[in-house]
Design a protein around this ligand. Structure first.
Ligand code: PLP
Length: 445
């Protein structure tokens, strides 16, 4: 069978590889709008948009056409040694025009991990260029997710990305996470919690030495760490600390970018003023691997000087800024604008948040949180004590498996179930998702 061949030959990411040998894969054969179909023809709402990825859904003919047309014209070119091509120039200009703060240049990469790895290298290069070789540390957060390459996995603040990999590397520090439900103290308001976390950040900076800290990286809303929406004033308070010590802010918009939170960027939802923005996933609806790093003048100028001193910026990827990816991205962004999918994420997202919150009285639900079209349902055994299952992920995986039977693909992140449907969804799709979830919770309780 196709499942047996998968087990025989295919090694999976983020999978218990032994358990997979018994359970086998879910093999998806095709997609239509917000839905996908497995090899038996069973239909699922893809309530995770794949991996927080497909803004326009799974069967957008305009993206296919854009790819085919570009394949026929110029199927590949690169940007080493001053080489360029039309689609990448158009896309760079477009991204700069969309940025919520003045940005200067776009550097293209192929994945979120590669982009974050590149950011760390670029900022090291910049510190050296500025005659500050001691300024090499980056602060990320516990539960943050920035990818899986050696540097990105180090910045990721989740145990499974470090354990047995001998990570994190030096120069990566982790500060506290704005997860009020889990980490807030008894009776502590969200406001007081945000104040305490900003103080934690300042303490870390002072104990390490402010002149050793180069940047802080964070997702506006944490995704893989359990869809952690920060308290309203959290980013204000954090940015005040960063400004005080002249520390750069890197917004990892790999999930939040292009409308997910109901505004074009998560930085807009939380009034962040990043020096660097990292974009991926919804940039092409992940019909093509692509990521982009936007940097402001303050970041670009010293790097440009250093490349002149050395003779070259010794960094870049063969397939980055790919013409087919750029053509798809441009068409994808055109669709986002023409169909006002960001507006849809705000409108249907508001509906999704309200409908999911109606499950808050369920005995297994500790908290429902989210913004726009990204949400999490935190699962608990005991609501008052907020106790999770014996083994992290156990309850989330059980509910996600039952939800799959009811035709909805979600994703268990520790003991939260995440929802992040394509930005084309309507209220009926959300109704199906929430009623499926209620049944799955009842099946499990
Ligand atoms: N940053 C964030 C916020 C992400 O959510 C992800 C992936 O989920 C990454 C970076 C890594 O991206 P990739 O899987 O494309 O390497």
């Amino acid at each position: 069978s196709i499942e047996a061949r998968d087990v025989a030959y295919h090694m999976h990411s983020y999978t218990n590889l032994r358990a997979h040998q018994d359970s086998g894969p879910l093999v998806i054969e095709r997609g239509e709008g917000a839905y996908v179909f497995d090899t038996s023809g069973k239909k699922y709402l893809e309530a995770m948009a794949g991996l927080w990825s497909t803004a326009v859904g799974f069967s957008e003919p305009r993206l296919v056409e854009a790819a085919a047309a570009q394949m026929r014209k110029l199927p590949y070119y690169h940007n080493f040694a001053s080489r360029s091509h039309g689609p990448v120039i158009d896309l760079a200009e477009k991204l700069i025009s969309l940025a919520p703060v003045p940005m200067s240049k776009v550097f293209f990469t192929n994945s979120g991990s590669e982009a974050n790895d590149t950011v760390l290298k670029m900022l090291w290069y910049r510190s050296n260029a500025m005659g500050q070789p001691q300024r090499k540390k980056i602060i990320s957060r516990l539960r943050g997710y920035h990818g899986v390459t050696i540097a990105s996995a180090s910045m990721t603040g989740l145990p499974n990305n470090h354990r047995s990999f001998d990570l994190p590397i030096a120069n990566v520090l982790h500060t506290t996470c704005p997860h009020h439900y889990r980490d807030g103290r008894d009776g502590e308001s969200e406001e007081a919690f945000a104040t305490r976390l900003a103080a934690d950040l300042e303490d870390l900076i002072l104990s390490e030495g402010p002149d050793t800290i180069m940047a802080m990286i964070g997702e506006p809303v944490m995704g893989a760490g359990g869809v952690v929406v920060p308290p309203a004033t959290y980013w204000d308070k954090v940015q005040a600390v960063l400004r005080k010590y002249d520390i750069l802010l890197v917004a990892d918009e790999v999930i939040c970018g292009f409308g997910r939170t109901g505004k074009l960027f998560g930085s807009m939802t939380f009034d962040m003023k990043p020096d660097v923005m990292v974009l991926s996933k919804q940039i092409t609806s992940t019909y093509f691997p692509m990521s982009a790093i936007l940097i402001n003048e303050r970041v670009f100028e010293p790097i440009a000087d250093e490349s002149d001193r050395i003779g070259v910026l010794g960094h870049g990827f063969t397939a980055a800024g790919h013409p087919v990816g750029a053509a798809i991205a441009l068409e994808n962004l055109a669709i986002l604008e023409e169909r006002d999918l960001v507006g849809n994420a705000a409108e249907v997202g508001g509906y999704m948040q309200a409908e999911l919150r109606r499950l808050a009285d369920h005995p297994l639900v500790g908290e429902v949180r989210g913004v726009g079209l990204i949400a999490a349902v935190e699962l608990v055994l005991d609501k008052a004590a907020k106790t999770a299952f014996d083994r992290p992920g156990q309850l989330g995986t059980q509910v996600a498996t039952r939800l799959l039977d009811h035709g909805v693909i979600s994703r268990a992140m520790i003991d939260a179930l995440a929802f992040c449907p394509p930005m084309i969804v309507n209220r009926d799709d959300i109704d199906g998702m929430v009623s499926g979830l209620r049944r799955a919770l009842d099946d499990t309780a």
